[in-house]
Design a binder for this molecule. Structure first.
Ligand code: 26Q
Length: 825
């Protein structure tokens, strides 16, 4: 991509101004003329012009928000998986066409320039991407909100596949700087760790003093965010850790130079790296330090802003501030606010508690026991001693309430406690405090109420809400699938990007031949684009006319990539053995994309398995290219933006009851893929929206899974193994050396966990038990796909009925039920 000489196309006056702006940035910022500028410089110059436009709006918006003194939402999350911002910002400013024309005039394309931006990969998966979609919708709906997170130097690791295995490399997303952030060193605050806490009395009030505490400076970096076709600018605040002792000249002068430098390093590691585990908790000390760092700096900021405007009228805080806790990770914001109100603002316990219980709301994102966050009490006490004292008092009062409601029930007391069995329970801290608690789909919320949170639910039912997740249509169709967006604009008119329910007007075109043709041509072109990507990155030639069947998401046993692979093996075996089947077989391209947590050995082994099965099948000439298996390296937001546009079939096959919602499912649906899925998470609601003819549901329902989990079920598994020959064959291939020739050991662990189980309970995730149903459903899909008109109609219906899954709807529900923010005029 080299800059060509400037063409003299006919530009509008506005475009001419933009062009000069970009060239001006190149001149002044890099000291280059256009012809000498590198593509990165062109990207940076573009980003700067976009940022200027956002900043102009910001100055005005900021003033309005200040003057109105309206209630604000602070969305606390350890993850904001933003992806790239250039195109979404340009889209939201309604300037896509101008930038396209001007860049073309400068000899570039907007797309190629945009692809030079590193993804802001500050998240693991669903939870982090949800936060990013939410901030887009909040801003588009003119609601005053701040996202608050850490400025990780390294986001989620970069995945490199070596010999079929995942390896991890650091994600150096800040290497060329971050065009979108504005550092605010003048707003830095100090966060204190550890030390000894002393209490003393002064004028009849208990006071707190610290000794030997460690101080770390928290420096905010603000990323202004613009809503789609809206005037409001919100911001994402990223906190970076900096040594507080950097300028401690006395230490330097005492000759403690190396110690000072060491301490500086210790302080700055706090915001260094995003923990790469999702849906699994390891009690790492540094993670708890990260938690306190984000929470304390954010609360200091929130309370300072409040006090500047409202003075010490702390009882007004719930009218002006609502703080959302995105999963339990920022829970210690609760005792931290108690601390500040009591120790620094001199409120009594009752007064402070009354405020805190009106300010915090909490969303749960998982029911899996290994993801419920607990910390060892001794570690907690060591790192944040004062908050531990506060939790002790919270727990004492909580236990009185629990005793009054469930007298003498020791089991419930232990289950519901903040402090029990040497651990601090974050979920119980939230449940003991928050005025609102919600699940992320209907089914997930029902499970919370009936199961893990049942005892709390019975004490106060009204504060529990079901709010189904959503995705921002600006990124997940307008930006990533411009051709389909244009077709929809032409068919039902514009406006649906802000009023997603209008998409249902497409339903009447589902069987319209002309519309079908256009819709299918777009899908075909997107499949071609992905086929080119695969050829370039994997060296595998795939046929854009085959069925594109895609499963991309984090790798986890409960998501059952394993079941998908076993089924591919079974199809492959049958192609080889059964000529009639082969003659009728509709060619398929199975595409996977997934990162595994670096310490999750079994998940990493499944990645190796996918790659090995791919190697075996892709190179077997006997099946005449009828199946291709592709593993896309380094799956993330930007790759997802391509894949979702190109899928015919979307695999959403988690064990029922395990996937809280899923949001990838919605992205595929919106772009016209048909789902094969279990009755899990938001799949249930997709089924309700799109109707049974347009989705393929299979497998055990969540109650059936729960019943089998209680019974262990090894007889059932044995029976399946004995009777399902296709499945048995695929399982045996894991250990008979046919996948990696001669190696019978490599996949033994996968075989063992399915067939024998880790603790004598085989098939924890119901892979064997759902296999038959999964296989039959796939056969049905292949049959249906052959009737092209009928199948394209199903795809169209998926796009048409996806309006409910816009995060604008989700945010409106949060606002009506929980936040009660007023849109800025
Ligand atoms: C916590 C403590 C220490 C280290 C890591 C973590 C941690 C990090 C990330 C725990 C969990 C996560 C991520 C969870 C997650 O992404 N959950 C997903 O949330 C989506 C949005 O609601 C849902 O759609 C998915 O179903 C759910 O799996």
């Amino acid at each position: 991509m080299a800059a060509k000489t400037v063409k003299t196309a006919k530009l509008t006056a506005k475009q001419e101004a933009l062009k000069n702006d970009i060239i001006g940035k190149i001149n002044r910022h890099f000291g280059k003329v256009l012809d000498e500028a590198t593509p990165h410089m062109v990207y940076a110059a573009c980003a700067m012009t976009v940022r200027d436009r956002i900043m102009e709006k910001w100055a005005v918006s900021h003033k309005e928000v200040k003057e109105e003194g309206s209630k604000k939402l602070y969305y606390l999350s350890f993850e904001f998986l933003m992806g790239r911002l250039l195109c979404t910002n340009i889209l939201n400013l309604m300037q896509t066409e101008d930038y396209e024309v001007v860049l073309k005039d400068l000899g570039y394309s907007l797309q190629e320039v945009a692809e030079l931006e590193n993804d802001a990969g500050l998240g693991n998966g669903g939870l982090g991407r949800l936060a990013a979609c939410f901030i887009d919708s909040l801003t588009t709906l003119d609601l005053p909100a701040y996202g608050c997170t850490l400025r990780y130097e390294y986001g989620l690791f970069r995945q490199k596949i070596v010999d079929g295995y995942q390896t991890e490399l650091p994600d150096t997303w800040l290497e060329h700087g971050n065009a979108w952030e504005v550092a605010r060193p003048e707003e830095a605050v100090t966060v204190c760790f550890g030390g000894d806490v002393h209490t003393y009395w002064e004028n009849g009030q208990m006071k707190i003093a610290y000794e030997n505490e460690r101080k770390v400076l928290a420096v905010p970096y603000d990323v202004p965010l613009v809503g789609y076709d809206s005037k409001v600018i919100n911001k994402l605040r990223l906190w970076g850790a900096k040594s507080a002792s950097e300028f401690d000249m006395q230490s330097f002068n005492r000759g403690d130079y190396t110690q000072v430098v060491e301490e500086k390093h210790l302080a700055e590691v706090i915001s260094n790296v995003l923990y790469p585990e999702d849906n699994h908790i390891e009690g790492k000390q540094l993670r708890l330090q990260q938690q306190y760092f984000l929470v304390s700096s954010t609360l200091q900021w929130i309370l300072k802003e409040f006090e500047m405007r409202n003075g010490a009228n702390w009882d007004m805080l719930p009218e002006k501030v609502v703080i959302h806790i995105n999963d339990t990770h920022p829970t210690i914001a609760i005792p931290e606010m108690m601390r500040i109100l009591m120790d620094e603002k001199s409120l009594g316990w009752e007064e402070a508690w009354d405020i805190v219980t009106k300010v915090f709301a909490y969303t749960n994102h998982t029911v899996m026991s290994e993801a419920l966050e607990k910390w060892p009490q001794d570690m907690f006490k060591r790192i944040i001693p004062r908050l531990y004292m506060i939790l002790e008092e919270m727990n004492r009062r909580l236990m009185e309430k629990v005793e009054a409601f469930y007298p003498g029930d020791k089991g419930k007391h232990e289950w519901m406690a903040i402090l029990a069995n040497g651990q601090v329970s974050m979920a119980n801290t939230c449940l003991a405090t928050c005025f609102a608690v919600n699940g992320v789909s209907k089914l997930h919320t029902d499970i919370l109420k009936a199961d893990i949170f049942h005892d709390y639910y019975m004490m106060d039912k009204d504060r529990f809400h079901a709010i189904t997740n959503g995705i921002t249509f600006r990124r997940w169709i307008a930006n990533c699938n411009p051709a389909l967006t244009k077709l929809i604009d032409e068919t039902i008119g514009e406006g649906w990007l802000k009023d997603a329910d209008r998409l249902s007007e497409l339903a009447k075109y589902a069987n319209d031949a002309a519309f079908q043709k256009k819709f299918d041509d777009i899908k075909r072109a997107n499949k071609k684009m992905v086929a080119d990507y695969i050829l370039e990155h994997n060296g595998i030639k795939v046929d854009p006319d085959s069925i594109f069947d895609i499963q991309c998401k984090r790798l986890h046993e409960y998501k059952r990539q394993m079941m998908n692979v076993l089924h591919i093996l079974a199809e492959y075996n049958r192609l080889l053995a059964d000529p009639a089947y082969a003659a009728n077989y509709v060619p398929k391209t199975y595409i996977f994309g997934a990162k595994a947590a670096p310490g999750y050995k079994r998940a990493k082994l499944i990645i190796k398995l996918i790659n090995s099965v791919g190697e075996l099948i892709n190179n077997d000439a006997r099946i005449d290219n009828k199946i291709k298996v592709v593993f896309i390296e380094n799956y993330g937001v930007s790759i997802a933006e391509k894949l979702v546009t190109a899928a015919d079939i979307s695999e959403q096959i988690s064990t029922a009851g395990k996937e809280a919602s899923g949001t990838g499912n919605m992205k595929f649906m919106l772009n016209g893929a048909v789902t094969i899925g279990t009755m899990d998470g938001a799949n249930v609601e997709m089924y309700e929206q799109v109707g049974e003819d347009n989705i393929y549901i299979f497998g055990l329902r969540s109650e059936e899974v729960a019943a089998r989990t209680r019974m262990a079920g090894s007889d059932e598994v044995k029976n399946i193994y004995a009777t399902n020959a296709a499945l048995r064959r695929a399982l045996e291939q894991l250990v008979d050396g046919s996948i990696v020739p001669g190696n019978t050991n490599l996949f033994m662990d996968l075989y063992n966990t399915l067939v024998f189980g880790d603790y004598g309970t085989p098939d924890t995730y119901m892979v064997l038990r759902d296999f038959e149903s999964y296989m039959q459903t796939h056969e049905q899909i292949s049959e249906d796909y052959k009737d092209r008109k009928k199948f394209i109609a199903k795809q169209i219906m998926n796009t048409a009925m996806s309006g409910f899954f816009s995060s604008d709807r989700t945010i409106k529900e949060y606002n009506e039920k929980i936040w009660h923010l007023t849109p800025i005029k």
